[in-house]
Design a protein around this ligand. Sequence first.
Ligand code: HEM
Length: 330
Amino acid sequence: MHQLNRIETGVPQTGADDGQVFYRVFHSVASRPYNVANIELFLAISVLISNRPVRANLYLIKTQPGVLFFMTVTYSSYLKVDELLKCQHPLSEGPEHDELLFITIHQSYELWFKQLLHELDFLIRLFNQGEQNRALHTLKRVDSIYRTLIQQVDILETLTPLEFMSFRDRLSTASGFQSYQFRELEFLYGAKDAKKLENYPEGSEHHQRLQKRLESPTLWDAFLGFLAGQGHDIPDSVLNRDYSKVADPSKAVQRVLIDIYRNDPLVSEICEALVDIDTSLQQWRYRHVKMVERTIGSKMGTGGSSGVGYLQSTLFRPVFPDLWAIRSEF
Ligand code: HEM
């Protein structure tokens, strides 16, 4: 067992997190730098400090010969709350009271977009591995997130046209139109459009991310691959299509889907969960355009489009058209 000479505790000098405790541990291995493999030493310190041999209770922040500096993990340190709360910077003078809401809601959307990409990438892997139960579970989670996103439009609808006008000029050309995560999601669902890449400088990280999504199989491709793996007759031309293009609706796929609805309850539940997501995507677009209409009327968008007219042209376009085409066949 290592000899621990002394432990001092105190609050950290930096950071506003008052829940965080800082430990300075003096030990006998004076000249030896800390070694991650030295788990025995770590556990000894952990027991001394927290009475529990739980390594996760503490994290090492720096080392000096003979001294180790630790902090406990707290709510704020784990979630980086201080950093997060420093990311809202209204641009209006004052600033205008309502600008914070506008920033907060967009940032929370972007966080959910990140989570959706995380879930959908996982879902594609599940389809590739044929794990249908977990795929269904993940699809339900994705749709729950969308239902939350649709509801959040309620909050923005409390922003009156006058309130929005109090800071709109400051947005300059910034628009949700430029949200690269939203475009990634579109590509992932199958709404591929190489022109959308033009909004991001070539070579930039955002451009590269979108380029990769453009060339990758979509959620629908992964689902059809899963069906093929189950022995369904999905044509090779459908499975090995050019992924950078929108997939054409396929009568052969629709025949397979009709058969699944009639004979395979679990996979037909997966199909219905995909329809739930498709419906939610369209509902979000509808709620967004109505919110935009009541806030800016027929004005142009900050992103340079005609505004409401442009947004209306994106309505009622399903991402999984084959699943809609079969509805009248039963
Ligand atoms: C007062 C609030 C909002 C207004 C007035 C507004 C207005 C608009 C307008 C006019 C457009 C068309 C593009 C343009 O020319 O700018 C647009 C597009 C878009 N907005 Fe909003 N928006 C608002 C809030 C939001 C929020 C909270 C989000 C969430 C991320 C969002 C996401 C998007 C997206 C993704 C597009 C692109 C849609 C597409 O191209 O299919 N918007 N918005």
